[in-house]
Design a protein around this ligand. Structure first.
Ligand code: BES
Ligand code: MN
Ligand code: ZN
Length: 473
């Protein structure tokens, strides 16, 4: 696939996709005679007014070539949300190939560039009988010079990287191979990477993380990424991703149906890696450090058990009530590390943390907990720009009762009620006064069926929200 910006379209293409706002449907002046008549009659016959979600399409002979023309209704310009632009173009571009001219009149060019990328996304590398993909090139028509192709491509490729990582099975992506991928990505995008092996993790006394990692044959890694985009500032923003490359549930073993898709339990890690790729490629003027405590929650004679009492890097003791509530155990050590060893002034963790968030918010909306209103407000704004949904859940102190332990400081579950809240608040116990936000993406990072501009599997949701969050002036 080839995407470039063009400032004229005198060349004849196989297909043309042109956005039209409601009440502004005009046939392009370059078309004359019969060609123009066909389009005008079609508009009349289909009563096409440019309403959102509608489109018309036809084939006609143009300068000796059979060309396809699509008019894409975008509705009212003022009411158009960013994701709707991506979605509309995605749907129009998905089914066509060859040489394509795409109009951008009145819309954000980088969003059209993104849509072009997503329209050909297909995780089919493990299919042995796949056909060679048809040649496709997108010429994006712009009236003025813009560097939108850079931003659109950086965002789309980062989102697709996140999708790929989520879609890769656990026999391909495990802590060591994930660390390797991040190392290569750092070289490519320009961020610094540091990897801690088990010895260093032990030295740092990440006992909670190590307890979860203990039984797996695939050994843990602690992955650190650093983007220092603002050397004039000492402020560092912290980002943490849950990196369970597989979650069997441990000795509190998951039933088959619940385990089947647990290769995706590193969705938080994939998201923060994608965000780092976008941030460093676009040279965002902020200092951002990201960490991932990557491991596999497995079973074996050496596994941590329900009933065990374990320590944590932060010092608090934890009674393990359920080995399947492992994400929060890895996250507390990652959060403690980033606050105390990377000196971040705020921290966001992103995690496929609870099935309960699916019960509460479904598959479209990311659940959020925050100990800081301003931070949440800023995330909300960033999410609006990205067209990704977030919703805040409460962290009232009453809920703390639910995860008190009789014999240790805390236990790692909070019972059947308010499962997403108690899971998030458990992490909050380890952030102290540091402004903190927790994003539970268990419902949103992976799709069991295509929707919007998402395909089956990893969605890459929240990558663009995080990018916008840090990219604000
Ligand atoms: N990784 C799961 C959460 C999850 C569930 C992600 C479904 C994606 C889809 C997490 O580690 C987990 O098992 N959580 C338990 C917590 C419980 C034992 C307190 C859950 O949600 O059931
Ligand atoms: Mn689990
Ligand atoms: Zn998990």
């Amino acid at each position: 696939m080839n995407i470039k910006l063009v400032k004229d379209f005198s060349k004849v293409y196989d297909a043309y996709v042109m956005p039209k706002f409601e009440g502004e449907v005009k046939v392009y002046e370059g078309l004359t005679g019969e060609e123009k008549l066909v389009l005008e009659k079609l508009i009349e016959k289909k009563e096409f007014t440019g309403k959102k979600g509608t489109s018309i399409s036809c084939d006609l002979m143009h300068k000796g070539r059979l060309v396809n023309i699509t008019y894409l209704g975008l509705g009212n310009k003022e009411e158009l949300r960013p994701y709707e632009v991506i979605e509309a173009f995605y749907k129009a571009l998905k089914g066509i190939d060859g040489e394509i001219l795409v109009g951008t009149h009145g819309v954000e060019v980088s969003q059209v560039v993104e849509a072009a990328h997503y329209s050909k996304y297909d995780f089919n590398k493990y299919k042995t009988d796949k056909k060679d993909p048809k040649e496709v090139s997108f010429d994006i028509y712009v009236e003025e010079d813009t560097d939108a192709i850079c931003e659109g491509t950086a965002l789309a490729e980062s989102v697709m990287l996140t999708r790929d990582l989520v879609n890769e099975p656990a026999n391909v992506i495990f802590p060591e191979s994930l660390a390797h991928e991040v190392t290569l990505l750092g070289e490519k995008c320009g961020f610094e990477v540091e990897i801690f092996g088990e010895e260093k993790i032990e030295e740092l006394k990440m006992e909670a993380f190590l307890s979860v990692a203990r039984a797996a044959e695939k050994r843990p890694r602690f992955i650190i990424m650093r983007h220092m985009g603002d050397p004039s500032s000492t402020e560092i923003h912290g980002l943490v991703g849950k990196g369970l490359t597989y979650d069997t549930g441990g000795l509190s073993l998951k039933p088959s149906a619940g385990m089947a898709n647990m290769k995706t339990d590193m969705g938080g890690a994939a998201t923060v890696i994608g965000a780092m790729a976008a941030i460093s490629r676009m040279k965002v003027k902020k200092n951002i450090v990201t960490v991932i405590a990557a491991c596999e929650n497995s079973i074996g004679g050496n596994a941590y058990r329900p009933g065990d009492v374990i320590g944590s890097m932060g010092g608090k003791t934890i009674e393990v009530d359920n080995t399947d509530a492992e994400g929060r155990l890895t996250l507390i050590d990652a959060v403690h590390y980033i606050i105390n060893h990377e000196n971040v002034k705020e921290v966001i963790d992103v995690a496929t943390l609870t099935g309960a968030v699916l019960v509460a918010l479904g598959t479209s909306t990311t659940g959020v907990l925050a100990n800081n209103d301003e931070m949440y407000k800023s995330l909300e704004e960033a999410s609006h720009v990205a067209g990704e949904r977030v919703w805040r859940l409460p962290n009232f102190p009453e809920y703390k009762e639910l995860y008190k332990s009789k014999i240790a400081d805390l236990k790692n579950t909070g019972g059947r009620f308010a499962g997403s809240i108690t899971a998030g608040m458990f992490i909050e116990e380890f952030v102290g006064e540091t402004p903190w936000m927790h994003l539970d993406i268990a419902g949103t990072s992976d799709a069991s069926a295509p929707y919007g501009y998402y395909t089956n599997g990893g969605t890459g949701q929240i990558v663009r929200t995080l990018y916008n969050y840090y990219n604000k002036k």
